[in-house]
Write a protein that binds this ligand. Structure first.
Ligand code: NDP
Length: 260
């Protein structure tokens, strides 16, 4: 049997892994033999996700973490290291969209700050702690690291009426390319996944609007909206040894939406 995507003995963290795209990633990682710690703010969602992930037979846990808060990320990272002994992959997937949408000239700049703190600084906090740990391990003769951020197609198209969200994801793409250069020599790859339109809690309001569904569905060449399960295979690939020559990339997972 091929071991191309075997993740036995590996440990991954998935932020925002208690629902939506993050849970889709966590489920596939756990099903491929990876130990998984999901981080989120909502205790009930964390517990429900762990119960679901346990069905894969994998080793799973959940931690409280607010990625926008450095101290909280430090605490979750130390607790995960104490529990599993190592972190081989960090999927910085947690993210929010703006509370306010509409013309930029009316934007509440507190909302801008909130989006940047969660979507940009949140990724930076997680990646910095994971990268320090991975570089230390590489120096001790065990080079292996996978950093993956969930960005968005909003970072490459005009995110009209939601420019703070688009700008935050554009910043993530750029940040990932920059640190991929630094970290490559330590065996650490850094990539972003760019989802298109995926049905999750974040997009529930849009999907409940018939006009949105009618307008967007003809723009998706594969002729369906995405689901969290569509992110399982790419998470396993990026976590695996097979992706060791892929770094600094933005991998679009959108059913062709952005090329149409
Ligand atoms: P969900 O709202 O379903 O999930 C978001 C997750 O992030 C939740 O698990 C939430 O957990 C967690 N989260 C949010 N803020 C924080 C925080 N400050 N600290 C820790 N965890 C946090 O949305 P999606 O699954 O759709 O979104 C996942 C990622 O995908 C996001 O980065 C989003 O921007 C991106 N994306 C989504 C698209 C879509 O169409 N759905 C399209 C493009 C990109 P909790 O509530 O426990 O904090």
């Amino acid at each position: 049997m091929s071991t191309l995507f075997d993740l036995s003995g590996r440990v991954a963290v998935v932020t925002g892994g208690n629902g939506g795209i993050g849970l889709g990633m966590a489920e596939a990682l756990a099903g491929s033999g990876c130990a998984v710690s999901i981080w989120g703010r909502n205790a009930e969602k964390n517990a429900a996700a762990v119960a679901r992930l346990k069905a894969t037979g994998g080793q799973v846990s959940a931690r409280f973490c607010d990625v926008a808060d450095r101290a909280s990320v430090e605490e979750a990272f130390s607790a995960t290291l104490a529990e599993f002994g190592r972190v081989d992959g960090l999927f910085a997937n947690a993210g929010i969209t703006g509370r306010t949408k509409g013309p930029f000239i009316d934007r509440d700049m507190d909302d801008w700050r909130r989006v940047m703190e969660a979507n940009v600084e949140g990724v930076a906090h997680c990646f910095q702690l994971a990268a320090r740990h991975m570089v230390e391990r590489a120096k001790a003769g065990d080079p292996y690291g996978r950093l993956v951020a969930t960005s968005s197609v909003a970072s490459i198209e005009g995110a009209a009426q939601n420019e703070h969200y688009g700008a935050s994801k554009g910043a993530v793409n750029s940040f990932v390319r920059a640190i991929a250069v630094d970290l490559a020599r330590h065996g650490v790859t850094v990539n972003t996944v760019l989802p298109g339109w995926i049905e999750t809690d974040m997009t529930a309001r849009a999907f409940a609007d018939e006009r949105f569904v009618k307008a967007v569905s003809p723009r998706i060449p594969v002729r369906r909206f995405g689901t969290p399960a569509d992110f399982g295979g790419i998470a396993v690939f990026l976590m695996s040894r097979s992706s060791s020559y892929v770094t600094g990339q933005t991998l679009v997972v959108d059913g062709g939406y952005s090329i149409f």
